[in-house]
Write a protein that binds this ligand. Structure first.
Ligand code: CA
Ligand code: CA
Length: 293
């Protein structure tokens, strides 16, 4: 299996030369730096010393053969190995309670088989990828921003065992990923998770069908994602995508799919801290299957 390492981007951009080319169906390992690009190594390192131009690198771009505009890129997350230590902190001007918590703080967290060291106690490791996406349709988008192309989605469901689906806007899709988290709660409220470098194993594939926003297929559920300037807008985009998904994949009309969403899907906050907010809507596969065939 090939290891993809040493090339990363700070923007998802159709004009960046791909670093690697992979075949549909191929499994590769991607080495991803943490969101500070390894600049913070101890509690003594301060945010003032941070080179902010090096924040949120994403390993890529990965050119996927046969991916054409209008297709769907499938990315199955096989495994995420997190590297110790992780870094957390409070960044002034960032986070939902930024007016109240405005003192900069950096903390380094050792991670071992027993979990993440957090103020003398252990928290469980639930690895996920914060930033993953393809080259957006139009202008370049910073890796710190989410959108219809994916990007900084900060959605805890982006974890081993799921398959992500992205709209392909450009030939080769140009996939990039990074911003690993050893643990993140819904909301990512202070703006920083347990930030880690990872070795992420993923399988890519291409489907000849068109979607408008990122989707996640888990073992027992489907999830649609929406990102917008505020949370309500993000919820609306994710809900619209779920109504489309249900009416395209079941015998339900759009009207009935909308009604079903009101009673049998869950709307959750992914993150409330990035330049655009991200929400998601999930439905159990057992519900979808009731209305198929
Ligand atoms: Ca992030
Ligand atoms: Ca992060």
């Amino acid at each position: 299996m090939r290891t993809l390492s040493g090339s990363f981007v700070y923007e998802m951009d159709k004009n960046v030369e791909p670093a690697w080319e992979v075949e549909p169906g191929e499994t590769v390992k991607a080495e991803t730096p943490d969101c500070f690009n390894g600049q913070i190594k101890s509690d003594e390192d301060t945010l003032e010393d941070l080179d902010m131009t090096q924040v949120n690198p994403a390993t890529g771009p990965i050119y996927v053969k046969d991916a054409e505009p209008g297709d769907t890129l499938l990315v199955t997350i096989e495994e995420i190995k997190v590297k110790s230590p992780g870094v957390q902190g409070i960044v002034p001007g960032f986070g939902l309670l930024q007016d109240e918590f405005d003192e900069p703080l950096v903390t380094v967290h050792e991670i071992d088989e027993e979990g993440i060291e957090f103020e003398g106690k252990k928290l469980p490791v639930h690895p996920m990828i914060g930033t993953i996406g393809v080259a957006p349709e139009g202008k370049p988008v910073l890796c710190s921003t989410p959108g219809a192309h994916g990007g900084n989605l900060d959605t805890p469901d982006v974890r081993p065992g799921v398959t992500l689906k992205f709209p392909v806007f450009h030939e080769g899709a140009l996939l990039s990923l990074g911003d690993g988290h050893a643990l993140q709660g819904d909301g990512e409220v202070c703006g920083v998770s347990i930030e880690v470098a990872t070795t992420t194993t993923l399988t890519v594939d291409v489907e000849k069908e068109t979607i408008s926003t990122p989707l996640i297929e888990g073992e027992d559920e489907f999830i649609t994602l929406g990102s917008d300037e505020d949370l309500e807008g993000a919820c609306r985009i994710a809900l619209r995508a779920m109504v489309d998904y249900l009416s395209n994949n079941t015998t339900l009309s759009p009207q009935d799919a909308y009604k079903l969403c009101s009673v049998a899907t869950d709307m959750k906050v992914s993150q409330v801290v990035n330049p655009l907010r991200t929400a998601r809507v999930s439905v159990k596969k057992e519900i979808v299957e009731k209305f198929q065939g």
